[in-house]
Write a protein that binds this ligand. Structure first.
Ligand code: F6P
Length: 324
């Protein structure tokens, strides 16, 4: 009989619990056993397992983080670690895996798959939205809402004190969070790694907006952006070059990873969780379940982890126009 193992790996994201819940319940619905694997690939190597049934995942659809816990696991990056993991799977009679995580997770899964030809299906869970072949990753929508809420608060102070705020947001090498939350929060400028703006142009733009009558501003800076990389230096540069600006920096940090998932993320996680179990039962492997134009689709891991550095130029145009 079939037995599916499920794990979450890499940075946690809101909605991972909802995804695990969907996987566990889809297994029960299909008459398949389900085993929870704690702490991602680390727990796979250490055989940190627990049987799960439909009732084990009650009261978690609304909770951020992942109750299975997560880890960034170095041991799984070498074949010795992966062999240990494989032996544990065989010992436990697990014959397929669902891995929930980001590109690091899918890279690990691909290596494992190549060595042992073991059935694995992935689910994209990361706030960064940096996975190819899916319009959205689980946790991204919640993170956007968290960032917008935080910037709304910062706006109060920016406005009261006539200040310029540089707000750093997460996203690793992807500007998706910055661009979309920046538009939603009404940012003056948005610095993203996909499009290097350069200090000169930023200074020019800030100078122009001051002259047009703006008294305060929010600049959203993606953590991966070149001129934003040292955000405190950027703040000093602005104060030095534009004498009439008082600048403050706010690094939002890990508040962006936590909190109750939005309804969108809960529905997405539920659809992808059910889709992952369906895929394994259909004999699929080495693929990620994603969402494209609101339809659940399968994408090969190799495609999913391709770094694309793509971004929506039309969104940048919108951002430029509405911040005039
Ligand atoms: O991938 C999610 C993410 O939060 C990125 O946005 C960020 O660059 C990174 O993880 C931070 O990782 P850690 O929590 O391990 O410091």
């Amino acid at each position: 009989s079939m037995k599916i193992g499920v794990l979450t790996s890499g940075g946690d994201s809101p909605g991972m619990n909802a995804a695990i819940r969907a996987v566990v319940r889809a297994c029960e619905y299909q008459g398949v056993q389900c085993l929870g694997i704690y702490r991602g690939f680390q727990g796979l190597i250490e055989a940190d397992f627990k049987e799960l049934n439909a009732r084990s995942v009650k009261n978690i659809i609304n909770r951020g983080g992942t109750f299975l816990k997560s880890a960034r696991c170095d041991e799984f990056k070498n074949s010795k670690g992966r062999k240990k993991a494989y032996d544990n799977l065989i010992n436990e009679n697990i014959n397929a895996l669902v891995v929930i995580g980001g590109d690091g997770t899918f890279k690990g899964a691909t290596a494992f798959q190549k060595e042992f030809n073991f059935p694995i299906v992935g689910i994209p869970g990361t706030i960064d939205n940096d996975i190819n072949g899916t319009d959205y990753t689980i946790g991204y929508d919640t993170a956007l809402n968290t960032v917008v809420e935080a910037i709304d608060k910062i706006r109060d102070t920016a406005n009261s004190h006539n200040r310029l705020f540089l707000v750093e947001v997460m996203g690793r090498d992807a500007g998706d969070i910055a661009l979309n939350a920046g538009i939603g929060a009404g940012a003056e400028e948005i610095l993203i790694p996909e499009q290097d703006m350069g200090l000169e142009r930023l200074l020019e733009s800030l100078d122009k907006s001051k002259k047009s009558g703006k008294t305060s501003s929010i600049v959203v800076v993606s953590e991966g952006d070149q001129i934003g990389k040292n955000i405190f230096e950027l703040a000093e540069n602005i104060e030095k070059n534009l004498k009439n600006y008082e600048v403050r920096v706010s690094v939002l940090g890990h508040i962006q990873r936590g909190g109750a998932p939005s309804c969108y993320d809960r529905v997405l996680a539920s659809r992808l969780g059910v889709g992952a179990v369906d895929a394994l039962l259909n004999g699929e492997t080495n693929v990620m379940v994603g969402i494209v134009h609101n339809k659940v689709k399968l994408i090969p891991f190799a495609e999913a982890i391709k770094s694309s550095n793509q971004f929506d130029v039309s969104l940048v145009r919108v951002a430029d126009i509405i911040s005039i």
